[in-house]
Design a protein around this ligand. Structure first.
Ligand code: AMP
Length: 147
């Protein structure tokens, strides 16, 4: 597959750094913090409960592999693992995904501000999208962690 669908977005293979049978992980175009990445089922599935048990298993096993590698790579000491399941829970892309956000002391003034930022970061036009080149560069560095 040369590209993936993330809801209505086309995700180029160049920004994908991890694949399993049913899931894929890619870098964020507007990360909250360095290393904020996303893991999704390959099939376009809107809500958590829409996934098959096989997809759930595969997504969580993928997340379990990715979290420690990302935390180490970005020299984090903790990680937020978050799913916004449905519009009222903050979901903006209609394709279920796990946010992985490596954390370290002092990255936000108040640790839990990450949740406010999760609500606003992709709706606030003051933050520009990263360039495809920048995203591809990060994805190729991260892909090395899984070889
Ligand atoms: P949510 O608000 O939980 O649906 O999160 C959507 C996430 O997807 C946000 O972190 C966005 O920055 C990210 N995002 C949206 N479109 C793209 C895209 N085309 N490529 C990479 N990340 C994206």
């Amino acid at each position: 597959m040369s590209e993936f669908l993330f809801g209505s977005h086309v995700i180029s293979r160049s920004v994908v750094f991890f694949q399993s049978r049913l899931s894929y992980a890619f870098v964020n175009r507007r990360p909250i913090l360095p290393g904020h990445v996303l893991v999704s089922p390959k099939r376009v599935v809107m809500r958590f409960a829409d996934m098959t048990p096989d997809e759930v298993k595969d997504l969580f096993i993928a997340t379990h592999q990715i979290v420690p590698a990302i935390e180490r790579h970005y020299r984090g000491t903790a990680t937020n693992i978050a799913i916004q399941d449905g519009k009222e829970a903050g979901q903006s892309v209609q394709h279920i995904h796990v946010h992985i956000i490596p954390r370290k002391q002092g990255d936000f003034e108040n640790t839990d501000d990450v949740y406010k930022k999760l609500q606003s970061h992709d709706k606030d036009d003051s933050t520009k999208f990263r360039s495809p080149e920048d995203m591809a560069q990060e994805a190729s560095e991260l892909a090395e962690l899984f070889k």
